[in-house]
Design a protein around this ligand. Sequence first.
Ligand SMILES: [Zn+2]
Ligand SMILES: [Zn+2]
Length: 254
Amino acid sequence: MEIRALGCYGSELPGYRLTGYLLNRMALLDAGTVTSVLSLDQQKQIDYVFVTHPHLDHIRDLSLLADNLIGRRKKPLLVVGIPQVLNEIKAHLLNNSIWPDFTLIPNIHKPVLMLHPILPEEPTRFGKLTVTAFEVNHTVPAVGYLVSDGESSLFFTGDTGPLGNVWTGLAKAKDLRAVLIESSFPNELKELARVSGHLTPAMAGKEIEKLARGDVKYLITHIKSPHLKRMQKELTDLQVRSLHVMGQGEEIAL
Ligand SMILES: [Zn+2]
Ligand SMILES: [Zn+2]
């Protein structure tokens, strides 16, 4: 599987873009950053967007992507998520007030976007990808995704605090090559991390211990950019051999 970080930060500053990962050039994990990075031709090739939760830093470019794609694709772009998350997007973003309802544009038979609900822990096929949502711990309904393309698989936590059963579910995934795990705030701000449903480097280290797999890469995502330097040091201090802080624009083949 090829993964490209269109944006990998938890807050936006010049040179630091919000969360959006392109998989095999045809699917997105979250859509915080899409349209400012991909050409129109590349945007047209995206068939699926797997949305972890409805926070703006994860869905912002869904609106702008829909606008760019109108009349340019034969099939609707599928926006995939658990029902609670899709309902929030429909009610608060595609509500004909903040933004037009692109699930009805240009018409209901051939819309630009189609919302496609999936249930947690039920593997579902999307083209060559098999995708399973796992509920995670955030301040709003949120999931992480296990994505497999038949050759390798990847787990993306999205935004989350400490996890329980998810790691047990992943322990069996034989072809798991990487875990994209969030870490948002430095250790000193652990109380803020706790109340906002995020992880510090020390907390992420504990999650990595729970999964206890030495055969996967741990890719750190969603760092709040103003804290980047300090957090890079705190993450290095964890001394996890296969840990890597994602860099913007970085492409990794799993
Ligand atoms: Zn976020
Ligand atoms: Zn969030």
